[in-house]
Design a protein around this ligand. Structure first.
Ligand code: HEC
Length: 165
């Protein structure tokens, strides 16, 4: 079947409302014709999450070396904290996966906004604390805080991010 390769993700959403056929249009465009143009904020927040992941990895890499550079760790934690704060305003209503967009944001973000805000706060607090700990220079404490930050990522993903694994 010529259209088989389109039957996934966004294409399914379009098909389910009867707008998509087996034409040449890419699946993303079909979905966008249902939900309207993809809000730029989705790309922006996804880029911010990628940046969070990169900075977090920079911290963990320092710990693997045996002689962690606390300045590198404090800088990465500062970046993570700033990014966490930016992300708080990057979830306007109507930008969930249920709205037909290419996003892993689940609609329960807006069903339970207090819990989502709490999950954001946990990340913001954990990264702020990492700055202080790195400035203190105790590698074991930095290691413990890596666990706390990682826990804050998982805490939110478990509830609010589409599980694509
Ligand atoms: C308050 C909730 C929350 C916290 C805290 C959180 N995430 Fe996420 N994360 C999400 C959501 C929701 C998405 C899906 C965003 C989308 O697709 O629009 C996501 C997506 C991502 C992505 C995929 C981005 C892409 O390429 O599309 C990465 C990587 C990621 N998060 C890493 C992290 C890391 C690392 C942490 C912790 C340091 C973290 N996240 C903390 C909610 C959170």
């Amino acid at each position: 079947m010529a259209c088989t390769r389109l039957i996934s993700g966004a294409a399914l959403i379009a098909i389910s409302v009867g707008l998509a056929g087996c034409g040449e249009e890419p699946a993303g465009d079909e979905a966008a014709s249902v939900a309207g143009p993809e809000p730029a904020v989705i790309d922006e927040r996804q880029a911010n999450f990628k940046s969070l992941g990169k900075s977090f990895k920079a911290i963990r890499t320092q710990l693997e070396g045996g002689s962690p550079d606390m300045t590198v760790i404090a800088t990465a934690a500062t970046e993570m904290n700033a990014t966490a704060l930016k992300l708080e305003s990057q979830f306007p209503e109507g930008t969930s996966v249920d709205d037909g967009f290419d996003t892993e944001a689940l609609s329960n973000i807006w069903d339970d906004p207090e819990k989502f805000t709490e999950a954001h706060k946990r990340l913001a607090d954990a990264t702020a604390e990492m700055i202080t700990i790195a400035e203190g220079g105790d590698a074991a404490a930095v290691g413990d805080q890596v666990g706390a930050i990682g826990g804050s990522c998982k805490n939110c993903h478990d509830t609010f991010r589409l599980d694509t694994d």
